[in-house]
Design a binder for this molecule. Structure first.
Ligand SMILES: Nc1nc2c(ncn2[C@@H]2O[C@H](COP(=O)(O)OP(=O)(O)OP(=O)(O)O)[C@@H](O)[C@H]2O)c(=O)[nH]1
Length: 209
């Protein structure tokens, strides 16, 4: 049997930015880190890795398609993954969609390449991990799962990403810590609070050196 392989032209990318940002107190997409918004940082990092990018949010974004949630009421990250999968399933030639979180500006530059290389079957999902913790929002999803996800969302009240993954063939890809001038950075460090933003400014400085 031919080995299954994916390349960049098979994969769309979607930034999940439709959360409540309650801990930050304002929409995280527009929060500035250094000279750029978090959304800008994440789009810069994602765009070279995928065929096309979109943002899943309520608001408008800069020069990229915006996909709203199809499930009302800010039902959590799974609602964003659902919107991403449904959107990508309508794109010609795209077989997979990668999702990333808007509050995570340092995610790996080889995220998509390494997730794609780990996938062994067309129906398999690949999820990132670091330091023994999985990051299910950073996933590579076959768009053929859109119908199953739609059905699951209708029956599972909690809609937790981890519960959806239990129903499927999943491979986890461990990413190393990133060396900086200061110390080792977890590339999935995410910014939820104003204090996290202060810490992210320090990481940005340490990466620049
Ligand atoms: N589309 C969409 N994305 C969501 C939703 N809830 C969370 N997210 C996204 O999922 C990622 C992780 O979200 P969290 O940090 O857990 O939640 P948050 O809403 O951003 O922040 P808090 O309100 O402080 O918990 C972020 O990229 C969010 O934008 C939702 O209901 N819809």
């Amino acid at each position: 049997m031919a080995e299954f392989s994916l390349d960049r032209s098979d994969i769309a990318g979607v930034v999940l930015a439709g959360g409540r940002s309650q801990r930050m107190g304002r929409d995280k997409s527009g929060v500035m880190l250094g000279a750029e918004s978090l959304l800008h940082h994440v789009l810069d990092r994602l765009s070279p890795q995928v065929f096309s990018v979109a943002v899943n949010a309520d608001a408008r974004a800069e020069n990229v398609p915006v996909i709203p949630d199809r499930i009302p009421g800010k039902a959590g990250p799974m609602a964003g993954i659902h919107a991403a999968m449904t959107y990508a399933s309508g794109l010609p030639k795209v077989s997979h969609v990668v999702t990333v979180s808007v509050d995570c500006p340092f995610f790996p530059a080889d995220l998509v390449a390494r997730l794609a290389a780990a996938v062994e079957r067309p129906s398999q999902i690949a999820i990132a991990s670091s330091e023994g913790r999985s990051h299910p929002v950073f996933g590579l999803w076959p768009v053929t799962l859109a119908a199953d996800l739609e059905a699951w969302i209708a029956t599972d009240e909690k809609r937790r990403v981890r519960d959806f993954l239990l129903r499927h063939d999943v491979t986890e890809v461990a990413f190393p810590l990133h060396p900086t001038r200061a110390s080792l950075l977890d590339p999935f460090f995410n910014i939820n609070t104003p204090d996290d933003l202060v810490e992210a400014e320090r990481w940005l400085e340490a990466l620049r050196a």
